[in-house]
Design a protein around this ligand. Structure first.
Ligand code: BTN
Length: 240
């Protein structure tokens, strides 16, 4: 595929008109040894979301997957997903949209989803081999195609998608250059902290007040039985 554009950050762009899933192609590139590549597609026919869900990929969205090889133990990989959420939220704010982050990595505006992140990993015991950080962002998507979501276009008008993507990738590179900066930046944009939440983990349901997030992305929930630490799950904000 032709490279349709370049980025400021040290990432090579692999551009496609259409792919099944940019994450799937990025995984292939990762297995071939790629590093600092961003696979971008205009359209996806089989986009994938977290928790085995499909990711609808209507026209006008940004669909991109970054291949990186960080020097991290596998247990710290979630911090890269938080970095991607911060990068998207900051790019949205630069475009004039008041975006926040619902734990762990949904970018939202007033409770409506603007973007999601799906990270896939291959690791050895003590070190990540590669990460594919997939970003699906509703840039210029028609709100009619987003029953529970929103888009930059519907909030403030259209953005130039390649500029929007470039600002996401640049910010992601800046944050991941200094891994210690990621959680503090995430906290500033969090809409989950201080909320009553219900978190469905693979094993149980935890309800209480979300009180903090700690490196590499662990949510602390104050429940009737004390503080619980949650590393993965689906979080819902409960409004009194
Ligand atoms: C979520 O469930 O919130 C995460 C959605 C991630 C979607 C993006 S779109 C680009 C990349 N390719 C995929 O198949 N999924 C991710």
């Amino acid at each position: 595929a032709a490279t349709a554009f370049e980025l400021d950050a040290d990432f090579e762009v692999e551009y496609h008109d259409e792919l099944a899933s940019t994450n799937a192609t990025a995984r292939d590139r990762a297995s071939e040894g790629a590093e600092n590549v961003v696979v971008v597609a205009e359209r996806q026919t089989g986009g994938r979301g977290r928790l085995d869900r499909d990711w609808e990929s209507p026209d006008g969205g940004v669909y991109a997957s970054l291949v990186v090889r960080p020097d991290l133990p596998p247990a710290h990989a979630p911090v890269y997903t938080l970095a991607a959420a911060v990068a998207v939220a900051d790019a949205a704010r630069d475009a004039g949209v008041d975006a926040g982050i619902k734990w762990p990595n949904d970018v939202q505006v007033d409770g409506r989803k603007l973007a999601g992140i799906l990270t896939e990993m291959e690791g050895e015991a003590d070190r990540v081999s590669w990460l594919v950080v997939g970003i699906g962002a509703n840039a210029n998507v028609d709100p009619a195609d987003l029953p529970r979501g929103t888009s930059i276009e519907s909030e403030v008008g259209p953005v130039t998608r390649r500029e929007f993507l470039a600002s996401i990738v640049d910010r992601f590179a800046e944050l991941t250059d200094d891994v210690e900066s990621i959680v503090p930046a995430w906290r500033e944009r969090a809409v989950t902290l201080g909320q009553q939440v219900r978190v469905e983990t693979p094993r149980e349901t935890i309800e209480g007040e979300a009180i903090d997030v700690e490196f590499p992305g662990t949510l602390l929930v104050e429940t009737d039985d004390g503080v619980r630490r949650v590393t993965a799950g689906d979080c819902e904000h409960l409004r009194p």
